[in-house]
Design a protein. Structure first.
Length: 91
């Protein structure tokens, strides 16, 4: 009887683990989709950063701080047209 109870408990745990694994797969897909939606924004932000950073190689007077970069980035966000659709907004 103890063996039967142990097997029953194992089956319950196995079912519970399988359900959690299915949920984890779905959650991973949702996270991947959200991450991919922001990839273009991240690419553009990194381009702006490295252009500003490389300007110092042209002439030292073009040396800018992280604070300047944040100001440029924030200005881009403010100047962007408002849009409720996240996919359209991130284009």
């Amino acid at each position: 009887e103890e063996l039967i109870n142990t097997l029953a408990d194992s089956k319950k745990f196995s079912t519970m683990i399988n359900e959690r694994m299915e949920t984890a797969v779905i959650t991973k897909q949702e996270i991947d989709e959200a991450r991919e939606a922001y990839r273009t924004v991240a690419t553009r932000g990194s381009i702006i950063y490295f252009v500003i950073a490389d300007m110092a190689q042209i002439d030292p007077m073009y040396q800018y701080s992280l604070q300047y970069y944040q100001g440029v980035f924030n200005k881009c966000l403010v100047d962007a047209e408002p849009c409720k659709d996240p996919v359209e907004r991130l284009k």
